[in-house]
Design a protein around this ligand. Structure first.
Ligand code: FMN
Length: 339
């Protein structure tokens, strides 16, 4: 089990932002499964951690206390480092989900999409590392404050919620130039070449969502997994339409990247009209909710990034980590070529 002693946590090096994240978490692979609400539960997190990466739970806006404690128990079971991600805008209402989680002793907690503020303090007091996903220059500026230990550069090509302002690589280069804190690359990474690129740039690890969302251990509906595996490079759309339809109160500055489908084709470019339609007609919300339950991917949100093109069905998390571990050969080949 990694050392999570507070005195170690607050070494001078860490205060200055210089520390080796994989070493601190005793990772043997520089891979973190993204915390994905609705997809990343304890089974996925445990499988990723047991394979040498960092397994993460995605704690959504409606996660119950029982869900948090049960899934944390699963994530912790391999006896390796694990973590979880929550939404900052949800914690602005109440810090209770975070308090429950911290009782389970995660090693790393990410707080994204809003100001991590008071959450960051609780996380560090509990001896865990506090991470934040950043999606533009203002987010990066916030993450440079001392209460954030790990910066996740998440480009707009990534799946699920976030910003659509800049792509991963420009953000990553800016962050690496600005800080000595551990920086992790997220958005668009699905294979060993992507991991190699992120590490060669200076990221300490890759944060991979979409490919794990289609994995055997993902909590997603089978139809959703299949749709991700079958999607092509330009089959996604960035939109708020699904949140508007479901009445989920995401701050308007954040949308989500999902597979294009009949619902997004109808509404993605007409979000104001959708808001008005939902206000006057409850059947829209009911239809999208039912589609989610039934795995009707023509209407339900299938959150996935451009890296869906590099995803497959019927892969275990261990298979994915074994494939991503091939980054070593790509890094060696690049060095040999240019030496
Ligand atoms: C299905 C799905 C659900 C997601 N849910 C969350 C979430 O609950 N919390 C969070 O911080 N990020 C969430 N994300 C975003 C991921 O943390 C990450 O930024 C993204 O998956 C990285 O890009 P990639 O999908 O190209 O790997 C989600 C992503 C996906 C695909």
């Amino acid at each position: 089990m990694p050392n999570r002693d507070n005195s170690t946590h607050s070494t001078f090096a860490q205060q200055q932002g210089h520390f080796d994240l994989p070493a601190r978490l005793e990772l043997t692979e520089p891979v973190i499964n993204a915390p994905m609400a609705g997809a990343a539960g304890g089974s996925l997190a445990a499988a990723v951690s047991a394979s040498g990466g960092l397994g993460m739970l995605g704690i959504g806006s409606s996660a119950s206390p029982d869900w948090i404690s049960e899934q944390s128990g699963l994530a912790r079971a391999p006896g390796r480092a694990w973590g979880a991600g929550l939404m900052a805008w949800v914690l602005e209402e109440s810090l209770e989900p975070l308090r429950l989680l911290l009782r389970e002793r995660p090693d790393l907690v990410s707080v994204s999409f809003g100001d991590p503020g008071p959450a960051a303090e609780l996380i560090r007091d509990a001896g865990a590392l506090c991470a934040m996903q950043v999606g533009n220059a203002a987010d990066l500026e916030r993450a440079l404050q001392p209460d954030i230990d790990v910066i996740i550069c998440r480009g707009g090509e990534g799946g699920g919620h976030g910003r659509n302002d800049v792509a991963t690589l420009p953000l990553l280069q800016l962050a690496l130039a600005a800080t000595g804190k551990p920086v992790v690359a997220a958005g668009g990474i699905s294979g060993p070449t992507g991991v190699a690129a992120a590490l060669a740039a200076g990221a300490q690890a890759a944060w991979v969502g979409t490919r794990f969302a289609a994995s055997d251990e993902s909590l997603s509906h089978d139809h959703v997994k299949r749709a991700i595996a079958e999607a092509g490079l330009d089959d996604t759309v960035f939109t708020r339409a699904f949140d508007i339809a479901q009445g989920i109160p995401w701050p308007a500055e954040f949308g989500g990247r999902a597979l294009r489908n009949a619902f997004s084709d109808q509404w993605a470019s007409d979000e104001d009209r959708l808001s008005a339609a939902v206000a006057g007609d409850a059947s829209i919300t009911a239809t999208v909710d039912a589609a989610r339950r039934n795995g009707d991917v023509s209407t339900a949100p299938v959150y996935a990034g451009q890296s869906a093109a590099g995803s497959a069905s019927h892969e275990s998390a261990a298979d994915i980590i074994a494939d991503l571990a091939g980054f070593r050969g790509h890094l060696r080949a690049a060095v040999d070529r240019w030496n």
